[in-house]
Every structure is written in C-alpha cells, then in structure tokens.
Design a protein around this ligand. Structure first.
Ligand SMILES: [Zn+2]
Ligand SMILES: [Zn+2]
Length: 316
C-alpha cells in the first residue's frame, strides 16, 4: 500500500482499501460499509420486506457464517426475522458434515438465532456419500441437486417467506462467464438475485451477497472474528471451473469493479434481451407427482435420484 492510508470516516489507520471506490476504511467503518452494501442489495432487488421470515442456509463456511451475521445485524433495522438451517449431508470425509453442523450451531447460538438441523439420511433415507457411491455423476452436481431440494422442502414445511444462500458476486460472475463460453442459455436466464416461488406456498430464493466480493466477505468475517470452517468439502477438489476464478480475479485486479459491472450489466441489459428472445420457450413448471415440489417433468429430478439410490442400496 506504500504510505499508510487513513480511514475516510474517522482518520484512524485504514485496514482495507475498497479498490473500486478508492475508499480506505478502518475495521469498524469497513464492517458498517459492508453491511450497508448488503442492505442496499436487499432493497434494490426487493429480497425481504418488514415482518417477513427468512431461513439462512448455513454450511459453516466463511460465506454462510458472514451471511448469517450480516442478516442478523440488518434484521432489527429492516424489520425481518432470521433463522438458520444446516443440512447434515452425511459426508464422512474430513468429518465434514459433523464439523459443519457443529460450526453452524455455535455461530447461531452466539447470535441468538434459531438453528434447525436437517439430516438428509433421516429425512430422505440416503446420504450424499451413498448417492456418490451408486450414481455416476460429479459429486458437486449431486450435492447441488440435493441441497437445493432439501432447503426448499424444509423452508416450505416451516412456512418461511424466503430462503437465503451465501452465493457471492464472484460465484455469479464465474457462473455467467462459464455460461457465455458454453452457451448455456437456459442456465444463464435462471441466474437472478431473487428467484420468485415457482409454485404457491414456496419460499422465494434470495442471494443477499449478490453484489459482495469474496475478498470483502473474508475481511468482514475476519474482522468480526467469525469462527468458520477452514477445511473444505472433501469432494471439492473435483470441482471443475477454478481456472475461471483465476481469470476473473486477474480482470478484477486490472479493472477494480469489473465483476460488479459484469453482473449488473447482465441483470439490467442482457437478461431482459435474452428473455424477450426466448419468449415462451422456457419450460413450464408443474408440481412433481410424488412430492409436490416444482418439476419440469412428471417426477422431479430429486425424486428420480432418490428412487434410484434407494433401489441400489436395497432400501426400496
Ligand atoms: Zn474509521
Ligand atoms: Zn419430487
């Protein structure tokens, strides 16, 4: 940084410089700057209103603990209620699921937030480890399907208005880039900060970190002393798109704010144009005949997976 810079607001030594705004901040002012930014994202995309209840998906990692903390801080002034949910996916490697539940419980307790733990094995009859063993599909794709389904299912059962996940600006930028490169138009159109319920009685899905950079989320978590899980998921090494991360980080380093510009531009200009050109070619959604959750076919992808896994395990 060269010469020590001082916080724009209080003139104490700065600990972070928000590069896209050339804004030096001390810890305390960074924390409030970060939370104001999340608040602005929530208002801009109408994610939550007064009197509503939001369920936060907490894995115990940095992003989800930071999200729980930020939403809890904003819940008073903005007038919504926060609960946390952690899925015990039954991942034995690195004691991942066990640590995930413990870390999330500790954080929720410290914040005085209700914490719901849902065991996938108890609820659906099989764990992620078992699914990985019997289905030839990348673990991250199976895990994504199971998590999306179970979180929606639980939020619906408990009557929450919204389900919040810790997807970051970096995640969204990476997803957009990879969708452009591989021309995944349908996936691209689905990428929005708020996904309205596809059927009545379901929660809307919201991403309050849609405009928050991972480096800022990390600084927020570290400044608050959040005790997040360091060890990642044992299956994560099989994740395919890490070179997109390196590429986008380099773009951001050369042009601070580029990730945000890309994501905002997509939402404001590119997505509306895509939607207009797709017209009514977007697949209609109906209730799954087995579970009632949204499906593009007769039986939803989760129920098909579940049946296959239970059969292979001799449980069905
Ligand atoms: Zn300051
Ligand atoms: Zn189903």
């Amino acid at each position: 940084m060269g010469r020590a810079r001082r916080c724009r607001f209080c003139h104490r030594p700065a600990e972070v410089v928000v590069r896209q705004a050339n804004l030096p901040l001390c810890r305390e002012h960074f924390i409030s700057w970060f939370e104001r930014r999340v608040e602005r994202t929530i208002r801009r995309y109408r994610m939550l209103g007064p009197g509503e209840r939001v369920l936060v998906a907490v894995s115990g990692g940095k992003d989800s603990l930071a999200l729980l903390h930020a939403l809890k801080s904003l819940s008073g002034p903005m007038g919504f209620e926060v609960s946390a949910v952690t899925l015990d996916l039954g991942i034995e490697g690195n004691s991942y699921s066990k640590l995930s539940v413990e870390t999330a419980s500790r954080a929720a307790k410290a914040l005085g937030v209700e914490h719901i733990v849902v065991s996938i094995g108890d609820r659906y009859g099989f764990t992620l480890d078992e699914a990985v063993r019997v289905v030839r599909r990348p673990p991250c794709s199976l895990c994504g399907l199971i998590k999306r389904y179970a979180l929606t299912d639980v939020a619906r059962e408990l009557g929450f208005d919204a389900l919040a996940t810790g997807h970051t600006l970096d995640d969204v930028a990476r997803f957009l880039l990879s969708s452009y490169i591989f021309t995944s138009i349908r996936e691209l159109v689905r990428q929005t900060p708020v996904v309205p319920p596809k059927l009545p009685g379901l929660p809307r899905l919201i991403k309050p970190f849609y405009e928050s950079l991972e480096e800022h989320i990390r600084a927020y978590a570290d400044f608050l002393g959040l005790n997040y899980m360091q060890d990642g998921c044992p299956y994560a090494r099989t994740a395919p798109t890490d070179y997109f991360r390196a590429f986008l980080d380099e773009v951001e380093a050369r042009s601070p704010g580029a990730k945000h510009t890309m994501v905002r531009g997509y939402i404001k200009h590119i997505r509306p144009a895509l939607l207009a050109s797709l017209g009514n070619k977007i697949e209609p959604i109906r209730p799954c005949s087995k579970c009632g959750l949204p499906s593009s076919g007769e039986v939803c992808a989760f129920c098909r997976l579940r049946e296959r896994v239970l059969r292979a395990l001799g449980k069905a």
